[in-house]
Design a protein around this ligand. Structure first.
Ligand SMILES: [Fe+2]
Ligand SMILES: [Fe+2]
Length: 213
């Protein structure tokens, strides 16, 4: 896939996630909130976490792969745009950090996500309106395809590591469940042994009483 196409798809995906965070945004969002159909705080937190993960991977992919390839074109205006973009990435990273620090406070999270969305939308507009068209003019299609494949592979690797904590958490849950099951089985076994001992003691006592008579 063409590198620019891949980056635009990322932009669309993040915008769709912001819409989900805002219950569809605009009038739809207001109606959903008024009719009690808004996302729960838990769903909103999960969407915010997903947006942060997507942005981590997107920004890192651009900085390690796409921007260096654009820099190599040695184009004066593209150099200026890259410098500006790197500054904006700095602001996005700061806001992602703020959002992650606000995950447990509903109001703070909403404010942090609004600020992050504004920053991302501004940056995306600049990339798509000026940087990408210039790159399309100065980078051959074949090179953009190769770059797209490298970026896709990098994103897949990053996507796997982003999901790792959830897998680990699931693994931890299973371990806890198994441990709880073992404890229950062991305690059942102990109860059975105790009951058997009591029965034996009763039988022995009856037998002794019978001999005495
Ligand atoms: Fe960017
Ligand atoms: Fe981008």
């Amino acid at each position: 896939m063409d590198a620019i196409e891949l980056l635009k798809k990322d932009h669309e995906k993040v915008e769709a996630l912001f819409q989900r965070f805002n219950d569809g945004g605009g009038v739809t969002g207001v109606v959903k909130r008024l009719t009690g159909n808004a996302a729960s705080p838990r769903q909103r937190r999960s969407t915010a976490e997903q947006i942060c993960r997507e942005l981590d991977v997107h920004v890192a992919t651009e900085e390690t792969t796409f921007y260096p390839a654009v820099r190599a074109l040695r184009h004066e205006r593209l150099d200026e745009l890259l410098d500006e973009s790197l500054r904006e990435h700095g602001s996005i990273k700061d806001r992602v950090q703020d959002a992650r620090a606000s995950l447990n406070d509903h109001e703070k999270l909403r404010a942090a996500m609004t600020s992050l969305q504004e920053c991302v939308q501004h940056h995306v507009r600049e990339e798509e309106s000026e940087m990408f068209p210039l790159v399309e003019q100065h980078m051959r299609e074949q090179e953009r395809d190769e770059l797209g494949r490298t970026m896709g592979a990098r994103k897949r690797r990053a996507g796997t590591s982003a999901r790792a904590p959830r897998t680990a958490a699931r693994g931890r849950k299973k371990t806890v469940k198994r441990a709880a099951a073992r404890t229950t089985a062991a305690s059942r076994g102990r109860v059975r042994k105790t009951t058997a001992k009591v029965k034996k003691a009763r039988t022995r006592a009856k037998a002794r009483a019978g001999r005495r008579r």
